[in-house]
Design a binder for this molecule. Structure first.
Ligand code: CDP
Length: 212
């Protein structure tokens, strides 16, 4: 049996990254940001001059893609030829194309395999869009973190980022393969009127009580 896996899914700018990171810290689990993995593939594809909408061309580079997925302490990292990627992952061009790349089933299959590898040896808090539905469908710890579109747009603007989150959510929810959706057995956490501390405390308490 694998160590525990906590699945945290939700739409863009719902606060799930911050929440997932803090819960991981509190539980002493490794934090895995799967969005960074899709963003890294997107950045690489664009670097190669490949049109993200050309799924055949994207698939053709997947076998030899020089990306690797590791950790820095208890936080996941993405590397390209050994160099940790940072700013590349939040470039406007990456934001604009990541949902197109993430809709390609072969991209998802590759990354889901890497995501599950993290949990072979260690407990994880993993955040994304399909963690509770596809990556760890059998985990009992699933949370779908959301907030009203207004609140999410304000949170993203406060980060100083221009990002068409409504458009990304629309694409992520509409895709055929592993769409953004709440798993039937996930707990819905609406954070519109909650502070980050309140969200973290409530999810961590729920996990602790159920693990006890
Ligand atoms: O930080 P934010 O919530 O805006 O996005 P992210 O978690 O960095 O994810 C970026 C994009 O990657 C999403 O809009 C999805 O298109 C894709 N993604 C996905 O399809 N599946 C995941 N498990 C994680 C991200």
């Amino acid at each position: 049996m694998n160590p525990p896996a906590i699945a945290i899914d939700g739409p863009a700018a719902s606060g799930k990254s911050t929440v997932a990171k803090l819960i991981a810290k509190e539980l002493g689990f490794t934090f895995i940001n799967t969005g960074a993995m899709y963003r890294a593939v997107t950045w690489y594809v664009l670097q190669q001059g490949i049109n993200p909408a050309d799924a055949e061309a994207v698939k053709a580079v997947l076998a030899d893609i020089p990306l690797s997925f590791g950790k820095d302490g208890a936080v996941s990292t993405v590397m390209c030829e050994g160099r940790v990627l940072g700013e590349e992952l939040t470039l406007q061009s990456t934001n604009d194309n990541v949902s197109t790349i993430a809709a390609i089933p072969e991209v998802r299959a590759l990354l889901v395999e890497k995501q599950r590898e993290y949990n072979l040896t260690e407990p994880v808090v993993m955040e994304g869009r399909d963690i509770g539905t596809v990556v760890f469908p059998n985990t009992p710890y699933k949370y779908f973190v959301t907030a009203s579109e207004e609140v999410r747009a304000a949170r993203r603007a406060a980060q100083g980022l221009t990002d068409s989150i409504a458009e990304r959510d629309r694409k992520d929810s509409a895709r055929a393969c592993a769409p953004l959706t709440k798993a039937d057995d996930a707990q819905l956490v609406d954070t519109s009127d909650m502070t980050i501390e309140q969200v973290v405390a409530s999810i961590a308490a729920d996990i602790r009580s159920r693990m006890a």
